[in-house]
Write a protein that binds this ligand. Sequence first.
Ligand code: NAP
Ligand code: MG
Length: 488
Amino acid sequence: MENADKINDEIWGHYIDGEFRVQPDDAWLQEYNPGTGKPGYRVKRGCAEDVDQAVAGAQKALPEWRRQKPLDRGRILIRIGVTLRERLVEFSRAENLETGKPMNQTMGDLEAAAQYFEFYGGLAAGVEGDIIDLGNERLCYTRREPYGTVGIILPWNAPLNQAGRSIAPGLAVGNTIVVKPSQLTAVSLLMLAEMAVECGLPPGVLNVVTGSGSEVGTPLVEHPGISKVYFTGSVGVGKKIGHMAAERIIPATLELGGKSPNLVFADSDFNAAVKGVISGFTSNAGQACIAGTRCLVDASIHDEFTQELGRQVAQLSVGPQKDAVIGPMITKGQFDTVKQYFSIAKEENATLLTGGSVAKIAETTGGWFVEPTVYTDVRPDMRIAQEEIFGPVLVVIPFKDEADAVRIANDSDFGLAAGIWTKDLSRAHRVAGLLESGQVFINQYPATSVETPFGGYKKSGIGREKGRIALNDYTQLKTVVTRIEQAE
Ligand code: NAP
Ligand code: MG
């Protein structure tokens, strides 16, 4: 294997054992700039052999990384977070090219990515076990130990943000890692892996293999050197990952999709609710697992609410500019999928309140832009009300009373997030308790942060990331019992 640097700023090899791996006869995968539809970076088309090398590198690095004092591991992670913050514009630019996301939004995503390294760096030395009282004749304690080498598979919608969420807690507790990013958005992670080594992360602790799900993702999950897998992506692929992990009897944390409801009660702050429902379904142009894409609104304010909603949504800025609210669909495939749902909505006889087409800016830029779209006269059983569209598309469904609202909200295979808009504190917490959802946001949407545990009910996933609790997910518990000789 020739050990070259990445070929240039446009072409990137895997990052294994602290160096870019490129060979002259490599096969490449093409990324596109979603803001222009034109080809962008190229990344290596990896294969099972590359996964072997990355896992071997990660296993070699494991004993020393595990042995490091948690405080020392934490210091390196904090340095990665701080350095990422210093290079925020450079990383944001790369993600802007890969995702087409307006720069203001990539800056926000990367700020959060930096926070993961700072937060878990700070917590690295705070992992504790318990002492269990078995009486005077035995001493029992528990300790939390890393799994070993873990495999992480990521989607494309918030590349380094999701990478940071999975990588930082994993490293904090002493695992070594092999990551397969989405083939569509791999470069910011390759940049981070190189930067991490410059920040003092030992080579081999964090490795990145690029390529497709079938050619790199599957061999990674099936690799005998991988002790646990973290997958963020769709339900369909999540099921396959779960099957593969079950065959090997290794745990899989699954962060999957959603069709999250936003419940607007008649006693809510009307203007705040309109704004919150809009930010809920337009954030990242709807390409967010927690997008609030079902608006359930009290029938008594339905007409007034939808009128104002439609008026404001029609005014949202769409385009590649820095401060645009709605950026492009991140893949051509996603662009086509959303257009298909516009047709499905027509077939289902939903009423189009606003949007429903490719955005005008798509013609002049060549980018994959769609209009932010709202449908009314939607029944809960329609496809547009049940399926994750992953675009800026909202359905509005009226409810009769609180019980009806909860019933419609829970009538979904998914259970990732839910929003509640009301000024009645008792109602807010009563309803929060009844919703089948991993996250409930009251009078704000979305409302996530690095400190708050995150994960899905139902088909939205298994396991929890973020917050202190993620450290449990990245460690396995060992119980140690000692017999204590008693004095005569
Ligand atoms: P996806 O199609 O499920 O792909 C996710 C990752 O899995 C990609 O890296 C993909 O590789 C890889 N993959 C595909 N087939 C595989 C296989 N057979 N074996 C191993 N790996 C395989 O999801 P996506 O289209 O990238 O992302 C959108 C989905 O992610 C949405 O459903 C969204 O809700 C979900 N999501 C969930 C969360 C959460 O935290 N709950 C966050 C963000 C996104 P390639 O695509 O490169 O081939
Ligand atoms: Mg996909």
